[in-house]
Write a protein that binds this ligand. Structure first.
Ligand code: GAP
Length: 495
């Protein structure tokens, strides 16, 4: 992990925000290769889950929403983390993290009162100054501000802590405009903000991040009317059920077909969205052994959830952590907004001629966590260099073009080849340093192909194409290079 963080900083993938003024914890900026890689991940998500689907519509909503929305959604009252402060030095800690670190035990899902009891009973002290700790209390994670010049409750607005709520408030209008009927989804990719008590682990827990969410609306009687394609049914993955966690058992490997047959996952639509998210993550290059499914235990469920499964990633020394979650939110949000606004949020079923309130299955992920997981999984340290084994579709640079030398017309030919290839791919031209050094620079940022122009190119129009992973160079006629790269990308897309 340290090496990946180091690479991100050295090659400018990710920078601490406003660094010149002393870093503000929990805020980062993506730059250069990092900005491109993040954009590629976002485009891959949008393409798979919105553009290529008939049943999902995208929205791009406001970041700030009024108090009434967050009161109705339950976030004002329940979107809290347990906070504990040192009486002496005033440092603040997340009570659950402090207990986990000091007592080396898992407190997943433990209620606030129990945490407070544990802190007292085990006489935990401030990790910074050994001072006495105060009572654990709830700390609301939303950032608050005001719209306009008046600063009272009527103008209170909050930066959204999840992208989901604009979807719920708008869902009937969006569905009507797009002529969608259940089952259908509304997707959003955008920023979310949480005033985390202790942002940490680099991009893993930050205060501003990019979420990707789909609220998928299903008729409550039809949660099992979903036919998973064979490609999803056959995916096998390690699974840790709530029951296994309670009995301190290990994860077992199951296919989605097994999970449906054995009713491990509550409904088929829930299983479908979990499988589709796993498939997307695998198609980005995440290894099967680096992921597992973990069901939330009872006390851990969010205030809106009936059942939640996380897709967790093995972040090495940080252990297994949530990458993406799929929740069954029931009719909680739709009902809450109907009650609070006094508007009709129900849908109409043509067949039975009856109104109904849909149930929502929500796949929800964070691009920043996926970005970090991809780098951790793709990173290889070799004796003489680092290599990022990124899939060609998501690599910040698809192909780099090098003239062997700057002289004898090689640089001019190199630039001409670069100008041609950049029409089709993300492309970089480099003529400085030894060829080995140039290969190493590209390997470290994950460029899958390097095209070299040498003296033979000037004679017969062939170039060498070097493959990052095998290190092999093969000579091809120049006019075949574009198709060669395209073929390799298509091969990955169809996995
Ligand atoms: N709408 C449901 C929801 O927001 P969540 O599990 O709280 O559920 C969804 O968040 C995803 O957002 C997580 O799986 C994670 O990838 C990402 N996420 C949440 N908090 C984050 C944080 N502080 N920093 C980075 N990513 C975060």
């Amino acid at each position: 992990m340290e090496k990946v963080v180091n690479l991100c900083s050295r090659r400018g993938f990710v920078l601490a925000s406003a660094d010149a003024y002393g870093q503000l914890a929990g805020f980062f900026e993506y730059a250069g290769y990092g900005a491109q890689l993040k954009r590629n991940l976002e485009e891959s998500w949008w393409s798979r889950f919105v553009k290529r689907r008939e049943d999902v519509v995208g929205i791009d909503g406001a970041l700030l929403l009024p108090r009434a929305v967050w009161k109705a959604s339950g976030h004002l009252d329940a979107f809290n983390d347990p906070l504990v402060s040192c009486v002496k030095c005033r440092s603040r800690f997340r009570a659950d993290h402090l207990v986990e670190e000091e007592l080396k035990l898992s407190v997943e899902g433990m209620p606030m009162e129990k945490l407070a009891e544990l802190i007292k009973e085990r006489k935990l002290r401030c990790p910074k100054c050994k001072g006495e700790l105060g009572e654990a209390k709830p700390f609301n994670l939303m950032f608050k501000t005001f719209a306009g010049a008046v600063t009272d409750e009527s103008s209170e607005i909050y930066l959204r802590p999840e992208t989901a709520q604009n979807i719920f408030t708008d869902y009937k209008t969006v569905a009507l405009a797009a002529r969608k009927q259940v089952p259908f989804g509304i997707a959003q990719l955008g920023r979310a903000f949480r005033n985390e008590i202790a942002p940490r682990n680099f991009l893993f827990r930050v205060r501003e991040f990019t979420q990707v969410e789909i609220e998928y609306f299903v008729h409550p009687d039809k949660l099992n009317e979903c036919a998973l394609p064979e490609g999803l049914l056959s995916i096998e993955i390690a699974v840790l059920t709530a029951d296994a966690q309670e009995k301190k058992k290990d994860a077992s490997v199951l296919s989605f077909s097994d999970m449906i047959d054995k009713k491990v996952i509550g409904t088929k639509w829930h299983a479908y969205w979990l499988a589709d998210c796993v498939y997307w993550l695998q198609s980005l290059g995440l290894k099967k052994k680096s992921m597992r499914l973990r069901q939330h235990v009872a006390g851990e469920l969010s205030h809106y959830s009936r059942e939640t499964w996380d897709i967790e990633f093995d972040y090495g020394e940080w252990g297994w952590k949530e990458l993406l979650g799929v929740a069954n939110r029931g009719d909680y949000d739709v009902t809450q907004h109907a009650k609070a606004s006094g508007k009709d949020f129900s849908l109409y079923d043509e067949a039975s001629k009856q109104k109904f309130v849909p149930v929502v299955i929500e796949p929800s992920g964070g691009i920043d966590r996926v970005f970090l997981a991809i780098l951790v999984d793709a990173f290889e340290e070799k004796p003489d260099k680092n290599v990022l084994h990124l899939r060609p579709e998501i690599s910040p640079v698809t192909v780099a073009v090098f003239p062997l030398m700057k002289k004898d017309g090689l640089a001019e030919k190199g630039r001409a080849v670069f100008e041609e290839l950049r029409k089709h791919f993300s492309c970089e031209y480099d003529e400085s340093g030894s060829i080995g050094r140039r290969y190493a620079r590209q390997d470290e940022v994950g460029t899958p192909y390097c095209v070299t122009i040498d003296y033979q190119t000037l004679e017969d129009g062939t170039v060498t194409v070097r493959d990052r992973d095998s290190g092999k160079q093969v000579r091809f006629p120049l006019e075949q290079v574009e198709q060669l790269i395209r073929n390799s990308m298509e091969q990955f897309t169809n996995v």
